[in-house]
Design a protein around this ligand. Structure first.
Ligand SMILES: O=C(CO)C(O)[C@H](O)COP(=O)(O)O
Length: 223
């Protein structure tokens, strides 16, 4: 069971030392979820991991898995991560012809269903679909690599989802990913984000201290 917090910090293991993954997972035990980036070198120009490695992460991680699938064939692969026991499975809007159908499959298996939008994707078609999702991921960099700069021009998109959530009365998590640090997290929190993915900001120092620092910075800018 996740601790009930208004805001969540989800470290991205893309910035971890993959040779020492178990220790790197234990180092972020004070975070809410571990963000796991699956990339296929088609949807994004980078390649990370697939089911066999994620299965091992699921087995040893002290905190639940927040899967982010940056893959073209989301319909084929997403349900498998839910079956593995991931807490949430987020696929890209640009990677499926039927996001509602896929979200329902993920939910039926028992995971939270998330939809992610690249920076160039129009939020409009998804605003009315909020009841179909447990979380929305607004990318604040072009997906593919850690260590990029936060895009403040994504805040209007985030605000639109925050407004749609307010209207709906639903507890849909609004997640941001890319360039989140103690200096940028407040901007995203003010725009309505409640779930923050951070790779380099967490693993670039002592993870436990960095997580606490991000929590403090987010809390002072709560929506
Ligand atoms: O999805 C991602 C990139 O596509 C990431 O989760 C990325 O690891 C974030 O890293 P950083 O916090 O260093 O920007």
């Amino acid at each position: 069971m996740l601790p009930v917090t208004a805001q969540r910090i989800n470290p991205s293991i893309l910035s971890a030392d993959f040779v020492n993954l178990q220790a790197e997972l234990e180092a972020i035990a004070t975070a809410d979820l571990v963000h796991v980036d699956v990339m296929d070198n088609h949807f994004v120009p980078n390649l990370t991991m697939g089911p066999p490695i994620v299965e091992r992460i699921q087995a040893v991680s002290p905190i639940p898995l927040d899967m982010h699938l940056m893959i073209t064939d989301a319909d084929r692969w997403a349900p498998g991560y839910a079956e593995m026991g991931a807490y949430s499975v987020t696929f890209h809007a640009e990677a499926t012809g039927d996001p509602v159908r896929l979200a329902r499959r993920i939910r039926d298996i028992g995971a939270r269903a998330g939809i992610a939008l690249k920076p160039g994707t129009d939020p409009e078609p998804y605003l009315e679909l909020l009841p179909e999702f447990d979380q929305v991921l607004v990318m604040t960099v072009e997906p593919g690599f850690g260590g990029q700069s936060f895009m403040p021009d994504m805040m209007p998109k985030l605000r639109r989802f925050a407004e749609a959530r307010r209207r709906s009365g639903l507890d849909v998590w609004l997640q941001v990913d890319g360039g989140i640090s103690k200096d940028t997290i407040g901007i995203a929190a003010e725009a309505g984000a409640d779930t923050f993915v951070a790779g380099s900001a967490v693993y670039g120092g002592v993870p436990e201290e960095r997580i606490a620092e991000l929590r403090r910075a987010a809390a002072t800018h709560q929506h």
